[in-house]
Design a protein around this ligand. Sequence first.
Ligand SMILES: *Cc1c(COP(=O)(O)O)cnc(C)c1O
Length: 356
Amino acid sequence: MHTHSKSFPIQLTERSTFNDIDWDNLAFGKTFSDHMFSMDYENGAWVNGKVMPFQPIPMHPAMSAIHYGQSIFEGLKAYKSKNGQINIFRPELNAMRFAESAKRMCMPEVPESIFLEAIRTLIGVDRNWVPEADGYSLYIRPFMFATDHLIGIKPSDSYKFMILTSPVGVYYSEPVRVKIEESYTRAAIGGVGRAKAAGNYGASLYPAKQCQLEGFHQLVWTDAIEHKYIEESGTMNIIFQIDGKLISPSEDADTILRGITKRTLIELAKEWGIEVEERRVTVEEIISAVRAGKLEDAFGAGTAATIAQIDIIGFRDEKLQLPPIETRQLSNRIKAYLDDVKYGKIEDIYGWNMTI
Ligand SMILES: *Cc1c(COP(=O)(O)O)cnc(C)c1O
């Protein structure tokens, strides 16, 4: 049974670090705001939810999350509009995905009402931490991990659900160079690729580092069986445009993370009358399209980077140059529209923003 409170107690910090921050040089994820949210799962119920000063958490050496990886997270952003209103983009979809990740990892679900109220309360307390400059936002990181003190392998009985926030600037300062990966794998059918499970990211670091040594930013992941089908790029979903059509790998297989940015831009493209194909996308068709000068656009989509336009695709020993960024009608239009909604510059006609 879930217990559920409508509002959470707030314990304010006595030492704000707000004035110590170099607000013009925010490296992604290195700066944390004054408060965090914490809640415990004990005896089958969520209890003890509170906003408290940002601080280290005590940890038992046998805490099961460290040993066996029952650990999941989410990522979303709060944006400030000119009139001071704070917009959080489609947080109910993060709540839903967090619950799905929890289920796959044998962890308790956090009810949507708790998830959203926790974010509301925390951002309400730290609202001055949401930067105002263009391209800046407050990154919100909800996470949950197993806290049993036990070396035996079994689902933990106790968990912590926490949220921290971090003011951030732009993620990629230039268009990205990606490399098609044909030996390492991010996710296999039947695995945990659809979940935002911590271990997925640990497993991706080594292959990503190899391509970074060759001058690329990220890998393009392919299917685990034949390395023939394109799945995602780094920690973003991937989208192409050929002959005016928007093409993206289908999420039917459980190897692809169901991104909220991608879902949103597909909804938009359909509204705008753009033909959309979500299907299996082969490496071969993308490489042939580049060679024939038919690949009009290619980009990654995710909360951290929003839209990351792809400049170069590495395939085996080749580096294939994509069309100039100024010619990218699709990604430029989507990026501008999403930014305008998030920063409250145009009317939020689809009701995407939760406002605080
Ligand atoms: C988080 C994530 C994405 C993007 O999802 P958004 O909801 O758009 O932020 C895509 N792929 C992977 C592997 C991710 O972890």
